[in-house]
Design a protein around this ligand. Structure first.
Ligand SMILES: Nc1ncnc2c1ncn2[C@@H]1O[C@H](COP(=O)(O)OP(=O)(O)OP(=O)(O)O)[C@@H](O)[C@H]1O
Length: 269
């Protein structure tokens, strides 16, 4: 039976493309209100896992429940009711290039609530744009007129369009400079706190893991080999985990985190 404290439960998941088995016997729980970081080497199937959870990838075997509801093999009308409750920021932002930022934010609103009038659509879109830290003037701009960081924020505004309880972010800080990435992390954390969101966050960015993730799930050997706080993961002797967290980039992330904490303490004195 589904555990009420889990927003997502994945059990015995198997995904394959032809002969290539990407996941086998994969289990994962995502707890209500947490930011769960999902890490793993390139090609370990982080994006495929996200697509399986949101119903864009049909697994060969296994069960997925979100909000206690199975998401695999549902009738379209039932699936729509579940989909309304989450927002997704795909890798690269995936904005429609021929639509303005405001029109992009309105896409899920028009899809799920086709009878909303234009004035209300405009009002909700402006609110979401401002909520993600974009200037109000960004609304009428096209994606090509935005910087990389602004595009990510516009994608996030669209993911928040339906006031979701659950947010999926696929490599949100990829391609951003360190300052832009840290600002995006802060935005994610502050939205999670103020809106009470649960966040499933795929990332390669160690700074993000240290700065905002409550727990981290590690994908390797076709499954989730460990889930826990970074300290809990560091206590394991799996070679990939040790290499990842204790290698040069892991040490740099710890130094950044310690500097940030020292800065916050000195500000608080
Ligand atoms: N639609 C598809 N058809 C065939 N193979 C696919 C498809 N989608 C993903 N794959 C394969 O599944 C594997 C996992 O892909 P996925 O994109 O989930 O990896 P990832 O862990 O997110 O990688 P990265 O960190 O590089 O983004 C890869 O080998 C990929 O080529």
């Amino acid at each position: 039976m589904a555990d009420a404290k889990n927003i997502i439960e994945v059990r015995g998941l198997k995904n394959a493309f032809g002969d290539q088995v990407v996941h086998e016997k994969l289990d994962l729980d995502v707890r209500r209100g947490e930011i769960l970081g999902v890490v793993g080497g390139s090609g370990t199937g982080k994006s495929v896992l996200m697509r399986s959870i949101i119903g864009l990838q049909s697994p060969v075997e296994g069960d997925v429940t979100v909000f206690g509801e199975p998401t695999i093999g549902r009738e379209e009308t039932e699936a729509v009711e579940i989909r309304k409750r989450w927002g997704v920021l795909f890798q690269g932002g995936a904005l429609f290039s021929t639509l303005t930022v405001a029109e992009n934010v309105q896409v899920p609103l028009r899809e799920f609530y086709p009878h909303l009038d234009l004035a209300l659509l405009d009002e909700i879109a402006s609110y979401k744009v401002i909520m993600t830290g974009l200037p109000g003037e960004a609304g009428p701009k096209y994606p090509a007129e935005l910087s990389g960081g602004m595009k990510k924020r516009a994608g996030l505004a669209r993911a928040l369009a339906l006031d979701p309880e659950l947010l999926f972010l696929d490599e949100p800080t990829a391609g951003l400079d360190p300052i832009g990435a840290a600002a995006f992390d802060e935005l994610t954390k502050s939205l999670q706190r103020t809106l009470g969101l649960t966040v499933f966050l795929i990332t390669h960015d160690l700074d993000t893991l240290y700065a905002i993730c409550d727990r981290v799930a590690v994908l390797a050997d076709k499954r989730v080999i460990a889930v826990g706080t970074i300290d809990e993961l560091l206590a394991l002797d799996h070679p990939w985990i040790q290499e990842y967290f204790r290698g040069p980039r892991g040490r740099a992330a710890v130094a950044t985190q310690e500097a940030q904490q020292a800065h916050e303490r000195s500000g608080a004195d």
